[in-house]
Design a protein around this ligand. Structure first.
Ligand code: COA
Length: 132
């Protein structure tokens, strides 16, 4: 597990240096309680950034996700100048995350029915995008 995490951190650091990724963390005391990242895709999709964001349960619903998303959107414009588009996926049942993304200008482009097996049932995944 440690080896996998080490590889992940090394690859993220390399992408950040190459201006192909932005990675932000939220710290509470000495603990990391959240993270957001935008990674540029490869080749003909190299102008498309893929967004992920997650907070620990203890710090959700306090406005931190909004601040984190706002920060990574701003920072990615500065640090990833070749990026034209951001995309992401969200579970259909994740109303909070969908609301957050819509608040920051993401639009739904489609749904992949039953593409996730979660808590013993098949749920749809929503694909969203935002032009930079
Ligand atoms: C999604 C996540 C990043 C949001 O961060 P957060 O700090 O909890 O969110 P905020 O407090 O900044 O804002 C939440 C917004 O959603 C709204 N909201 C909360 N629950 C909601 C629900 N069930 N339905 C619709 N909106 C909801 C809040 O009212 C708030 O809206 P507002 O800013 O317009 O008032 C965080 O909750 C999280 O990490 N969740 C688990 C992992 C996850 O879902 N990641 C995204 C995967 S695609």
């Amino acid at each position: 597990m440690f080896e996998e995490e080490k590889k992940f951190v090394e690859s993220q650091l390399a992408k950040i240096k190459e201006q192909r990724a932005v990675f932000l963390v939220v710290e509470k005391g000495k603990k990391i309680v959240g993270a957001a990242q935008i990674n540029l895709k490869e080749k003909i999709h190299a102008h498309v950034g893929h967004l992920g964001i997650s907070l620990s349960k203890e710090v959700r619903d306090q406005g931190i996700g909004s601040k984190l998303l706002e920060s990574i959107l701003k920072q990615s414009v500065q640090e990833l100048p070749s990026m034209k588009l951001i995309d992401l996926e969200v579970f259909i049942i994740n109303d909070r995350a969908k609301h957050l993304y819509e608040k920051y200008g993401f639009k739904e482009l489609g749904r992949l029915p039953k593409s996730i097996f979660y808590k013993d049932e098949y749920v749809d995944e929503i694909y969203m995008y935002r032009e930079v």
